[in-house]
Design a protein around this ligand. Sequence first.
Ligand SMILES: [Zn+2]
Length: 71
Amino acid sequence: MRAEDWASDMELRERDALLARRRNQPTQLGNGVCRECLEPVEVQRADALRCISCQRDHEHRQRIKNGGRNV
Ligand SMILES: [Zn+2]
């Protein structure tokens, strides 16, 4: 197989995977809006459920719920 064939094959596969992932996106996956404060989530983590500060709060709360242990 020639290198460029391989490359375009990879591209196709990657695109298919991306489309499939978009189609099968679980509902709990973020839509670019923080589920807690409803502010837009930072672009670099657009798939996240929460913005960075809410995520931190959330993790903090989880930690407290789990007995306040940090490990
Ligand atoms: Zn938020």
